[in-house]
Design a protein around this ligand. Structure first.
Ligand SMILES: [Zn+2]
Length: 150
């Protein structure tokens, strides 16, 4: 997603995972805190202890830096979904995981970036949803669903 971007655990650079996972959000926070002098509740947390949840909590209380991090994350996710739609035309994108607990503070940006970037023939077709599964069963059910299709 980002040419010569952040190093990823897979050995490449700039993967979506590096920006939009919980770990990616923490990396964004640490970068933003380092290059900005703006006040933020995130400055009260040691970078080694910082979690994506802290960014969501700060954003929910109106912390501008945290809101910006979620906006950037949502934009990247929405753009990625728009690119994905161009060759897959999915019925829906279903998001799951810690970062989605930020709710609309993240998802509103995902939807906007998706709508701004998706090919016009796919505009308004794919739903952007949050999974309602709990954390423990989601991976197992996802694997099981492969069997249901056969
Ligand atoms: Zn990667």
């Amino acid at each position: 997603m980002e040419k010569n971007g952040r190093e990823c655990g897979c050995g490449r650079r700039g993967c979506l995972e590096c920006y939009c996972s919980g770990t990616g959000i923490v990396r964004s926070a640490i970068e933003k805190l380092a290059i900005s002098r703006r006040p933020s509740a995130l400055r009260n947390i040691l970078s080694s202890k910082l979690e994506a949840k802290d960014v969501s909590v700060a954003a929910a209380s109106g912390d501008e830096l945290a809101l910006e991090i979620l906006a950037d994350t949502g934009r990247r996710l929405g753009e990625a979904c728009a690119n994905f739609a161009a060759f897959s035309s999915p019925e829906a994108f279903i998001f799951f995981g810690g970062p989605t607990k930020a709710g609309e503070l993240l998802m509103a940006h995902v939807r906007k970036a998706y709508d701004d970037n998706v090919l016009f023939v796919y505009k308004g077709k794919a739903k952007i949803l949050l999974s309602e599964l709990d954390g423990a069963s989601a991976a197992v059910l996802g694997a099981s669903a492969l069997g249901w299709e056969l």
